[in-house]
Design a protein around this ligand. Structure first.
Ligand code: UD1
Length: 355
């Protein structure tokens, strides 16, 4: 059986890592990189550090407005799908690479499976919300990470195509945590373990609204301990355009980190401030309190269990939320046991059309 995975953006490389290991020796796995992310630190380091074989095809589409970027991927993917004719096209998460591959697959009548299916923010301003809803409704097989995701799919009439497999980011996080901490447990940038925060901000709703960006950065700069700000290229560009200085107060400005370094930095931190989806969950899994700079989250379990506080419109409350976070210990495991990728491959094999 042949499975063709399409990835393009940073969080998708992380999800691809455990899937790629679980596929090895069981199915013929073809990996197509759209080229949505292309900088060394946004792409290549993930393949290298996570032991993922180099992509079979790289479309090198690069950055662009939504229509141009998604359209270029769609046009580039079609001949690749025709050449490989996979038994499954497997798409990941909610980026423009996801929706482009979903559209290209269904138009060619290729069976489509969506990994990390059923997540919803119910925020229609987010491009990702449209990407994931449309992909779920196009797909033949919906691989859901959580019970909550299964419920969303059932509510939309998609229960008969849905399977609960668990969260593949949990698989990779647990694997990397153990080796990264054993290798080098030191806190980054000469910081003291437990005495710094880690922050990332990259969502357009936060970066592209200059007054809001200023309030967020001012909040980070005023925190009571150093803040390691891992600056995504979108943040750096938006801050420069808006005349917002990132390098001030408590902020220690640095480039995005490779995945093992990120896991190490978060594990040693006192708290995380982010608008990333994945990082909220990674903080929870590492039992580090998180403050999410968004009005809502797809990973509601982190909030319900007390490990994540949402700061949306009231962004001036950032310092209060971050500095006072004292979640209660929990052994809840809403994201599975770290073996989701094996289940994904089992389900793909069981449900392959014609098997
Ligand atoms: C994308 C995803 C988002 C995901 C994020 C992870 C969509 C709609 N959004 O957002 O869901 O959370 O990836 O990081 O697909 N750039 C570089 N180098 C790169 C890549 C991007 O400099 O390697 C810059 C370019 O200026 C580009 C901007 O970052 O225009 C945004 O990149 P893009 O892929 O459009 O969206 P992200 O914000 O990264």
């Amino acid at each position: 059986m042949r499975v063709l995975s399409v990835v393009g953006a940073r969080p998708q490389f992380v999800k691809l890592a455990p899937i790629s290991s679980a596929m090895a020796g069981r199915v013929d796995h073809v990996v197509v990189h759209t080229g949505q992310h292309y900088d060394e630190l946004m792409s290549d380091v993930f393949f290298r550090d996570l032991g993922i074989p180099a992509p079979d095809v790289n479309l090198a589409v690069g950055s662009g407005k939504h229509g141009a970027q998604t359209g270029a991927m769609l046009a580039g993917l079609e001949p690749v799908f025709e050449e490989y004719r996979p038994d499954w096209v497997l798409v990941y998460g909610d980026t423009n690479s996801t929706i482009a591959a979903a559209l290209a697959a269904v138009k060619l009548h290729l069976p489509l499976a969506h990994l990390e299916s059923g997540l919803r923010s119910f925020n229609r301003r987010m491009p990702e919300e449209h990407n994931r809803v449309l992909t779920d409704h196009a797909a033949d097989l919906l691989l859901a990470p959580t019970e909550v995701a299964m419920k969303h799919l059932a509510d939309e009439g998609l229960a008969d195509r849905s399977v609960l497999v668990g969260d593949v980011m949990t698989d990779v996080l647990f694997r990397v945590r153990d080796s990264a901490l054993a290798e080098n447990p030191a806190a980054p940038h000469g910081l003291t373990a437990g005495e710094y925060y880690v922050a990332t901000i990259h969502r357009p709703d936060n970066t592209d609204d200059a007054p809001r960006l200023e309030r967020i950065v001012a909040g980070l700069a005023a925190l009571d301990r150093p803040v390691l700000l891992l600056a995504h290229p979108r943040l750096v560009a938006a801050a420069a355009n808006a005349g917002v200085s990132l390098d001030r107060g408590s902020i220690v400005l640095t480039s995005p980190l490779a995945y093992p370094d990120l896991v190490r930095a978060v594990s040693g931190s006192r708290g995380v401030v982010t608008d990333s989806g994945g990082l909220q969950k990674e903080a929870f899994l590492l039992r580090v309190p998180c403050t999410t700079v968004r009005p809502e989250t797809e990973w509601v379990e982190t909030v319900e269990l007390g490990w994540n506080v949402l700061v949306g419109a009231d962004v001036d409350r950032l310092a209060e939320a971050v500095e006072r976070a004292r979640p209660l210990d929990t052994d809840a495991a809403p994201y599975g046991d770290g073996s989701a990728a094996e289940r994904v491959v089992d389900v793909l094999i069981e449900r392959a059309i014609g098997s």
